[in-house]
Design a protein around this ligand. Structure first.
Ligand code: ADP
Length: 572
């Protein structure tokens, strides 16, 4: 037995949505369902075939299923009560009316269970197949009502054996048409996004429905000569297509129902393309026609929904690609700004570094000049030596400037294959002056002398190493003399090369090991907190990983792992 909770909850957003209904509210809902069932059944029975229980027009089957979907299983008694009352009114015994009511209730419950199993009720008609599924569900479930109903009439002698076949098929098709025409309205009403008509479209929807109504009146009300009205039988379908393209599915299905009401009304009065001598036969044919109409509409709603879904997905994808591109551009700009900021901090050290060769140049030049002035030819060798020194120092100064320019250069993602040790050396030498100013040694330890190559944007990878080494230098501000060493160790692990920057500084707490990579995380007074975040973005964009771990005794270790490129270095 199911719990009260699951029994009472509605399946799709509806009357009892989000609310726990009390007993009184449940009774009211049961009463309302019974009343609507009764009223629509009475209307349907106006077109019943003898003895008055089977009819080609049976809206209550759709109302019963829709009621359960919106109001929950706990309002099931409403179906039984409505059905029992209406059938006792046809002159059958209470037992027969009870069996018929049980068949109708069972059909609604089976349809309900199958809908839950085979239709996703939050968006019931988003695929073309959903309409066919509802048709199959209705066809199966309505067998119960028709068989129990006609069977009990036959067993209790209300119909002869010969009448059983036509009674059964009228009953079954009437129920089936009722489900196909009415339950989608409840389902669409429950699925909010398929039922909400934007206020700006309300007027248009109303006008379109009026036009559809007029077309249907013209066809079924015999406003036109008979040969015309038969030819125009499919005109409402075109109007439905129009509604389908312009408005939410509920408007389309409202249109469908409007056609059905008009068609049944006029056909039962003997006019329109379906009118024949026997009203029940006309309605039988009409209901078949309307079921096909409903099925086509549902299938089209499904086709359109999946097309719109695909379009939405496509535009979301395009937006995401655009956003990713913008993000990459921003990141590249940010990385450039970070490099400029780093450069600003490096300038003091670099100025000191460049000054040295420039002083040396000046001194060697002065010595050469004084030797030339004395014109002592015996000093030729010495002069040549001085000139070599001058040129060496000039080249060294030029090299320092080249590195500076290379590092600050704004780069897109320019990947080349290069030796990781060369990049480590370059980063170390850019920071050498700053480290020496702080009496810190930066030592690079490659695992082997054979170059290990990666395919990457060299400037960006060097930027990562510079960030890590600078952080290591910062972390060792307070460390004792013998600990003031930054070690950059390069090892090969399977298909990747791992570069670890090891310091013996203040260290890093276990809980901060991942936080430090978050943008704007900083514990420094003038820190930006972007160095590690940018480093991670760069490394991951190259298919690598970066992580922090505590040092063996003290300090911290930051490791960058990059995939090895086996093709060999092609230089800078
Ligand atoms: P910033 O250096 O501007 O603070 P980072 O993103 O480079 O930004 O570093 C973020 C934080 O990570 C630092 O403020 C520091 O708290 C911590 N951190 C980074 N490297 C180390 C290290 N080697 N030792 C200890 N803490 C570190």
């Amino acid at each position: 037995m199911m719990s009260t909770q699951s029994v009472s909850s509605p399946v799709i957003g509806g009357l009892a949505e989000g609310k726990k209904l009390g007993l009184a509210s449940h009774l009211i809902l049961i009463g309302a369902l019974a009343a609507v069932y009764y009223a629509t059944a009475r209307a349907g029975l106006l077109f019943a075939i003898p003895p008055g229980n089977a009819t080609a027009v049976w809206p209550p089957s759709g109302i019963a299923l829709g009621g359960l979907l919106l109001g929950g299983l706990s309002i099931t008694p409403g179906i039984w009560i409505g059905s029992f009352l209406v059938n006792t009114g046809t002159g059958v015994s209470p037992v027969t009316a009870g069996i018929i009511a049980t068949g109708n209730t069972a059909a609604a419950l089976v349809a309900f269970a199958l809908c839950r199993r085979f239709l996703s009720l939050d968006a019931p008609f988003r695929r073309a197949a959903c309409g066919f599924r509802l048709f199959a569900i209705a066809a199966v479930a309505c067998l119960l009502a028709a068989t129990l109903g006609s069977g009990s009439l036959a067993i209790n002698g209300y119909i002869s054996e010969g009448q059983f076949g036509s009674n059964w098929s009228t009953w079954w098709l009437g129920d089936l048409a009722g489900v196909m025409l009415l339950s989608p309205l409840f389902m669409l009403f429950g699925a909010r996004h398929q039922s909400q008509v934007p206020s700006h479209a309300l007027f248009g929807a109303l006008v379109s429905l009026v036009v559809l109504g007029v077309i249907s009146l013209a066809i079924f009300g015999s406003w036109l000569p008979e040969e015309f009205s038969e030819g125009l039988l499919y005109l409402p379908l075109i109007a439905l297509f129009w509604l389908l393209l312009r408005f939410p599915p509920i408007v389309v299905f409202g249109g469908n129902l409007l056609i059905a009401v008009i068609a049944v009304h006029y056909t039962s009065r003997g006019s329109g393309p379906f009118a024949t001598e026997v009203v029940a036969n006309s309605l039988f044919e009409l209901q078949f026609f309307m079921t096909v109409y409903a099925l086509t509409t549902l299938a089209l709603i499904g086709v359109l929904s999946s097309q719109r879904e695909a379009e939405n997905r496509e535009s979301q994808l395009a937006a995401k690609v655009k956003a990713d591109e913008a993000m990459r551009k921003k990141e590249s700009e940010l990385a450039h700004v970070a490099r400029l900021a780093t450069m600003g901090e490096l300038v003091a050290g670099i100025a000191h570094e460049v000054n040295q060769p420039l002083y040396a140049i000046a001194n060697y030049a002065a010595a050469s000049e004084s030797m030339l002035a004395s014109c002592d030819v015996r000093q030729n060798d010495r002069l040549c030596d001085l000139n070599r020194q001058i040129s060496d120092q000039a080249v060294r100064a030029g090299e320092i400037i080249r590195r500076m320019r290379g590092f600050v250069k704004k780069s897109g993602d320019q990947r080349t294959v290069f030796s990781i040790s060369d990049a480590v050396d370059e980063a170390c030498s850019l920071l050498d002056a700053e480290a020496r100013l702080q009496t810190i040694a930066v030592n690079a330890h490659p695992e082997s002398t054979v170059p290990v190559c990666v395919c990457a944007d060299r400037i960006q990878i060097e930027q990562v190493f510079i960030n890590l080494i600078r952080n290591a230098i910062d972390a060792m501000g307070e460390s004792d003399g013998d600990k003031r060493v930054v070690t950059v160790r390069t090892v090969v692990v399977e298909n990747e090369v791992q570069v670890s920057v090891i310091d013996r500084g203040i260290g890093i707490t276990q809980s901060s090991l991942t936080d430090v990579f978050a943008p704007f995380f900083t514990t420094k007074q003038n820190g930006m907190g972007m160095g590690l975040a940018i480093s991670r973005t760069i490394v991951e964009a190259h298919g690598g990983r970066i992580w922090a771990s505590p040092g063996t005794d003290d300090g911290a270790v930051f490791t960058v792992a990059l995939p090895i490129d086996k093709s060999g270095a092609d230089g800078r």
